[in-house]
Design a protein around this ligand. Structure first.
Ligand code: MN3
Length: 202
């Protein structure tokens, strides 16, 4: 089972000043680790149930015993989502996507700026805790969605290639109530090469 905290591909302070080191450390070592601990604890009730990955749990959520299904949805979702999130950020990221993702964004949304506006509005629209996502639907099309809590696009038959965590724990220490400022800043750390890789691997 791949139920360990994945190595962070950069130092806690690598994404400063956009994401501060303290937020990164707490987010990664406490929040992400807690999701892992929680769904491992939930699965311990069913030793005969041996999932191979968080993704496989989410793809077939209704195979999960009913009394732990909500916990698995939230906590395996949290593990899967954060594992993607860390990988699509880097120091000196940002700019505009090239490659297949850049082309597909222009074709789908008209321009990168229009896509950015739609994605930003989606991220701002999340009421309470959740994420904004760029996913590939079952027809191979790009879709931007806002989803609550740790719901992954996987639950809705779509494959996420890029996501922005807008839970307060992702930004409150530095940005307090100013979620739009965090959203704007985040574009400076996006790693388009990884988004491209996520798209090519579907
Ligand atoms: Mn988070």
């Amino acid at each position: 089972m791949e139920f360990n905290l994945p190595a962070l591909p950069y130092a806690y302070d690598a994404l400063e000043p956009y994401i501060d080191a303290q937020t990164m450390e707490i987010h990664y070592t406490k929040h992400h680790q807690t999701y892992i601990n929680n769904f491992i604890a939930a699965l311990e009730k069913y030793p005969q149930f041996q999932p191979t990955s968080a993704k496989s749990l989410l793809i077939d959520l209704f195979a999960v015993p009913e009394d732990i299904r909500v916990s698995v949805r939230n906590n395996a979702g949290g593990h899967f989502n954060h594992s993607l999130f860390w990988r699509i950020m880097k120091k000196n990221g940002g700019g505009e996507p090239k490659g297949l993702v850049g082309e597909k964004i222009k074709k789908t949304f008209g321009s990168f700026l229009q896509f950015q506006e739609i994605f930003n509005n989606s991220a701002k629209s999340v009421f309470g805790s959740g994420w904004a996502w760029l996913s590939v639907d079952k027809n191979g099309e790009f879709v931007v969605t806002a989803l609550p809590n740790q719901d992954s696009p996987i639950l809705y038959n779509a494959t996420p290639i890029m996501g922005l965590d807008v839970w307060e724990h992702a930004y409150y220490l530095k940005y307090q109530n100013k979620r739009p400022d965090y959203i704007s800043a985040w574009w400076h750390v996006i790693d388009w090469d990884m988004v491209e890789e996520n798209y090519r691997l579907i």
